[in-house]
Design a protein around this ligand. Structure first.
Ligand code: G3I
Length: 333
């Protein structure tokens, strides 16, 4: 049986942004190409989400492909789209080992590396000052065993580069929420314990780290343990928490049963976020299977998003709507 053709949601149909609770942004990563090329994508994006994260447009290799030659085009277009549609922008990401421009040179001295890194953080955070509500200041600084990941930043600058990045970002933008963002830390794991200690220690040193982002690239058949307890222990450190890159990949084919188990994991993650008063945003890493990174990374896996290839809502979208409705009806007044 053919899937019904795509149509824009009617005013009476529930949307994630329509049901969003006042203190929890409902966001998605945005794919520049689909944003530029697909009207259905733009309509669904604007109608369903009140927050966005650039999937790639604010990464260093995109912003400064050649040294001192900036290409702000994709990032500016994305911020303008968000502002035109009343959406908050979550900046991703200032310091990462991935998607670095090819001109960054391992043979540089530590002071050269430090100067280049500081200039990048300052330039980018200053440009979007007042236009982003938060930044992933540092992304994926931990290795799987919880030790600090071996990156050019650690090799050249030592562990102190993390604290420095937060101080530089704070200087450039006094108002944006400053996050550390990580994966494989959504439940009680060795890596999550290490992240908890790192955040505790940075805060004890007075480093302006305000938020912890849990990427949440999950498998429907391997849910994290104690999602809520884990969020709560981080919140108890005095930071805000956020789900920053949620997708739930399925071993293909995506049968109706698998779509139901996917929906329940999406709902569980949202329920955990809504149960923590300082969980400030719930972001999916792309809302349509048409733009998902999963099939490129995990062979035989896919269908990870809440809308299908044709941008029609999947059971996961219904589960998120149900969770928001339940909270809405439970909240006083
Ligand atoms: O835009 C170029 C295009 O011009 C070129 O023809 C094409 C072929 O090489 O590459 C395109 O760039 C690709 C880009 O996605 C846009 O599609 C890059 O090669 C590719 O590496 C990049 O992948 C992104 C990846 O991060 C690396 O930056 C994924 O889309 C994105 O979903 C993924 O997101 C990361 C988060 O930033 C951090 N957490 C994990 C998450 C998943 O890996």
């Amino acid at each position: 049986m053919n899937a019904p053709a795509w149509r824009a949601p009617s005013a009476s149909e529930p949307t994630l942004r329509g049901l969003a609770l006042p203190n929890v942004r409902m966001g998605t990563a945005v794919d520049d190409r689909l944003l530029a090329e697909d009207e259905r994508y733009r309509t669904t994006l604007a109608s369903q989400f009140n927050a966005i994260t650039p999937e790639n447009a604010m990464k260093w290799s995109v912003l400064e492909p050649a040294r001192d030659h900036y290409d702000w085009g994709a990032a500016d277009r994305l911020v303008e789209f968000a502002e035109a549609n009343g959406q908050a922008v979550y900046g991703h990401t200032l310091v990462w080992y991935g998607s670095l421009p090819s001109w960054i040179d391992e043979s540089w001295s530590p002071s050269q590396v430090r100067a280049v890194l500081r200039k990048h953080v300052t330039t980018v955070a200053s440009r979007y000052r007042g236009r982003v509500w938060a930044w992933d200041v540092v992304n994926e600084v931990l290795a799987e065993d919880g030790s600090l990941r071996d990156t050019i930043w650690l090799r050249k600058l030592g562990p102190g580069y993390i604290a420095d990045a937060f101080r530089w970002a704070r200087e450039a933008d006094p108002d944006a929420r400053l996050f550390i963002n990580e994966y494989g830390t959504e439940g009680r794991t060795k890596k999550s314990d290490a992240l908890w200690r790192l955040v505790r220690d940075l805060r004890a040193q007075g480093v302006p780290i305000q938020g912890v982002g849990f990427q949440s690239h999950l498998r429907a058949d391997q849910p994290p343990t104690d999602i809520l307890g884990n969020l709560r222990r981080f919140a108890a450190l005095g930071v805000v928490v956020a789900v920053t890159e949620l997708d739930v990949r399925l071993k293909l084919p995506a049968t109706p049963e698998k779509l139901v188990s996917q929906a329940s994991l999406y709902q569980r993650v949202l329920a955990a976020c809504l149960a923590v008063p300082t969980c400030e945003s719930f972001t999916v890493w792309g809302f349509t299977d048409a733009g998902s990174w999963i099939p490129h990374r995990y062979q035989g896996y896919g269908a990870a998003c809440v809308f299908d290839m044709g941008m029609r809502p999947k059971p996961a979208h219904g589960a998120l709507v149900a969770e928001l409705r339940e909270r809405e009806s439970a909240s006083p007044g």
